[in-house]
Write a protein that binds this ligand. Sequence first.
Ligand SMILES: [Cu+2]
Length: 324
Amino acid sequence: MFCKLISKTLALEKEEEGPSVRLLDRAGRRGKRLLKGGVVAAMALVVLTACSEHAKRGWYPGSNETTNHNELLTHFWVGAWVAALIIGVTTWVLMLWVIVAYRRRKGDKGYPRQVAYHMPLETMFTVIPIILVLTLWGFTDRVERDIGTPVEDSPLTVTVYGKQWAWDFDYEYTAEDGTTEERHLYGTQAQLTGEEGTEETLPTLYLPVDVPVEFQLKSRDVIHSFWVPAFLQKLDMVPGQTNRMYLTPEETGHFQGKCAELCGEYHSEMLFNVEIVEEDEFLDEIRQLPEGLSGAELNRNPNENPDGQQDQEVPLGDPQRIEE
Ligand SMILES: [Cu+2]
């Protein structure tokens, strides 16, 4: 469509400016050569990068099987890049073509012919971006709805508390035989000394493979963000609010987790391990943890923590305190 419109404009110029017809023809031929070169280069890029398995997944961590959402998220990511590359390369080639083909030549005088208020062109420049943005929005919305759909009967709920600068995990699990477990882990901050072995000291989140899990994400103090890069999802943890994430791990393995929201001095040491294991091993591991849930008692903000508020000598904002 774009080329048609440009050709029409050129045809107009040819009619109106007879002497420059040959010049424009030459420019057109060069432009076509440039366009062909650009398309070949773009195709070569796509073919070359398709060689590696890692590249096929857009250099995403994990694999398509790590969770039940990974395949969809990976397709969306790669699809968005392919669309962006096609649009980007087309735009760059057209820009280069115009820059080269219609450059100022020896003997040219004054301004070139101005084509402002060219209605078909103006309409195209408005309509195409709107279609692109709406298409991207449509796909994004569909994927977000898909991965955000609550799992109604999830046997495992893990409440994750972000805190400066570690993690607490509360497990509520109903096994297949109907027995329930409520366990908790108070995580401590990583000490990054540069020595090997730090990873073993990090708090570890255990998850059973092929069991849908509901994460309830909370914070004890400031805003954190729960992020296991291999799960391709992250969500903020906001004090006084519960955000939820639903997924099913589909392959066993060891993964890394971290905080993805700058939350203070030791944000970079706010790390944890994720172990996806068979259900038996999961039960063995969580049964070694203290019984019960950690709950909100350790929350720093007294307004979010009634028990903590009683411990304060003077309630926050008490005017009598200021008078004394
Ligand atoms: Cu944090």
